[in-house]
Ligand binder design. Structure first.
Ligand code: ZN
Length: 295
């Protein structure tokens, strides 16, 4: 058996969160119990430790509140460490990435009504063929809406429509952020209880090809935020979207910059086994929200 890193996003009841693919608290606990029986669960900082069983790191992206209220509590109960990554813009300047607004709106509003509203506000072409990109979504209106938000509208139009919906539910964007993301105080508590915190991003922007610029805008300010607010100098990095379309180039170009800035390693979204040892820099991860790896 080989070492593994497993990856989670939302850990919450599926019915409460239809806008994305959560793993239920019960399934999450079962998976971690199984992993605990078969692997040595370690913190990234303990990567070089010699262990009897193969090693496993449990990783979390995006630092949404459910990871604190559900996942962190389960890890504490089972007495195993986790690796959580911080996105600084929502906490620092009140900016929420579009995809989180989309998850929220699709989880709480009716798809047909959204589709009607969008058609009233914007000039939308026939999407029958294009929306096939989302063929895994059984609801036709949901396929259309996702296509409109993710591909058709410019960021500003998209943002203003979605933020208006979120404000309807939460009163203000700031109260949404408070409810939706792990707070600074909670992150400090997690750190003090043995959880590792790493850098995820500032605004969750995709990698565009200039590694130094990407480091300066999406990584360095998050590192500074963590130093100032959490009193942590982060050593581990997890890129937003795994680096996206340019992931291969990103890994090559970004590694020397990350190393020069004190990072010891980083995590991909390539689903494969890995070798947990700091002779390596990039580590693969299995997506356990989609449960291909563990039943
Ligand atoms: Zn992310």
């Amino acid at each position: 058996m080989h070492d593994i890193v497993i990856m989670y996003h939302y850990v919450r009841e599926k019915e409460s969160w239809t806008g994305s693919v959560p793993i239920s608290p019960e399934d999450f606990r079962k998976q971690i119990e199984w992993v605990k029986g078969n692997y040595e669960i370690i913190s990234p900082d303990d990567m070089n430790r010699i262990t009897k069983k193969p090693k496993c790191i449990i990783s979390f992206d995006d630092a949404t509140k459910d990871q604190y209220t559900v996942a962190y509590k389960v890890l504490k109960e089972l007495d195993v460490p986790g690796y959580f990554t911080v996105m600084s813009a929502p906490l620092e300047c009140g900016v929420v990435p579009i995809f989180h607004l989309v998850h929220m709106v699709l989880s709480h509003f009716n798809d047909e009504e959204i589709w009607k509203e969008l058609n009233g506000k914007f000039e939308i072409p026939d999407l029958t063929e294009k929306s096939a990109y989302y063929s895994y979504e059984p609801n036709m209106y949901r396929r259309y809406n996702k296509y409109v938000f993710n591909f058709l509208l410019d960021e500003q139009s998209c943002r203003s429509y979605l933020e208006e919906k979120v404000v309807k539910l939460y009163g203000s964007l700031q109260s949404f952020i408070k409810a939706f993301y792990i707070s600074i105080e909670e992150l400090v508590e997690m750190k003090e209880n043995g959880m590792t915190l790493g850098v995820h991003c500032v605004k969750h922007l995709p990698y565009k090809g200039d590694a130094q610029e990407f480091y300066n805008t999406e990584i360095a300010p998050c590192k500074v935020f963590m130093q100032q607010e959490l009193e942590i100098t982060p050593k581990w990095y997890t890129p937003a979207f795994g680096g996206g379309e340019n992931a291969l180039q990103m890994r090559a170009d970004l590694e020397p910059i990350l190393r020069a800035n004190g990072f010891r390693g980083a995590f991909t979204t390539i689903e494969d086994y890995t070798i947990l040892n700091t002779n390596n820099f990039w580590f693969n991860r299995f997506d356990c929200n989609r449960s291909k790896f563990i039943r």
